[in-house]
Write a protein that binds this ligand. Structure first.
Ligand code: NAP
Length: 248
């Protein structure tokens, strides 16, 4: 079945890989991004080359008006949203909690928690059949950090992803009767630019070999799990999270 999918943070990394895989299925993709318009345009080109349709949609997930506007834009271009990938997220520099500033904590929780909840809320308002929507599926992108706690690195980030796991369980039950499945993926160490943004560009190369499978994962491998959860093949799966972490 064809889908209209909105992917937050779709311009790079896991979001981009998911957009391209959706394009291979012929789906229509709203590619949200924060600031990197060129990366978003490149994702759009790749989705179209793969066989789908796409538009780039700027917006900050931590701002309510931007979240509403990104849903409006995707819907105006492609019709009602039937799939949502709640993916945008950040890490800050490696630090102990004792050293973290209030500003940093606010930024991490604003984007990773408040942002993800605002995006999920907008999906919960528009997608359920008992609210006049088409039904569909939501995938929240969490992290193995939620289960590991990330001591000495970023317990703020780990906690923000713990909130996402709780959201997946609760919203999965809340929206089940409205025909919307809600699931999560917990990536391990994946080769993307997020590590450079946290001040550790070599993190995937350095820590990948410590995973039981002996390597870091790729964004495309995470995208496979996301697309499966969005697809009809996962029709009886809701409130669940899949670890895509090489056994970590
Ligand atoms: P990435 O390569 O750094 O890409 C981040 C994406 O999020 C970009 O598209 C960026 O847009 C967008 N973004 C950042 N802040 C935003 C905001 N406030 N509003 C809207 N979009 C925003 O990251 P990634 O590694 O693909 O990570 C994607 C998700 O996977 C995140 O939730 C992350 O926590 C999770 N994850 C990643 C790993 C990993 O090892 N990579 C592991 C576990 C979980 P611009 O291009 O405009 O900056």
């Amino acid at each position: 079945m064809s889908r209209t999918v909105l992917i937050t943070g779709g311009s790079r990394g896991i979001g981009r890989a998911t957009a391209i895989l959706a394009g291979k299925r012929g789906w229509s993709v709203g590619v949200n991004y924060l600031a990197n318009a060129e990366a978003a345009a490149e994702t759009v080109r790749s989705v179209v080359a793969a066989g789908g349709q796409a538009i780039a949609i700027p917006g900050d997930v931590s701002l309510e008006r931007d979240v509403i506007a990104m849903f409006d834009a995707a819907q105006a271009a492609f019709g009602p949203i039937t799939a949502l990938v709640n993916n945008a997220g950040i890490v800050a520099a490696k630090s102990t909690l004792a050293e973290m500033t209030l500003e940093r904590l606010r930024r991490v929780f604003d984007i990773n928690v408040l942002g993800a909840y605002l995006v999920a809320r907008e999906g919960a308002r528009r997608m359920p059949t008992d609210r006049g929507g088409p039904g569909g599926a939501i995938v929240n992108v969490s992290s193995m950090a939620a289960t590991l706690g990330s001591p000495g690195q970023y317990v703020d980030y780990a906690g923000s992803k713990g909130a996402i796991d709780a959201l997946t369980i609760g919203l999965g039950r809340e929206l089940a009767a409205g025909g919307v499945r809600v699931n999560g993926v917990r990536p391990g160490i994946i080769e993307t630019e997020i590590h450079a943004s946290g001040g550790e560009p070599d993190r995937a190369a350095l820590l990948g070999p410590s995973a039981p499978m002996g390597r870091a994962g790729t964004a495309a491998e995470v995208a496979e799990a996301i697309i499966w959860l969005l697809s009809d093949a996962a029709s009886y799966t809701t409130g669940a999270s899949i670890d895509v972490s090489g056994g970590r």
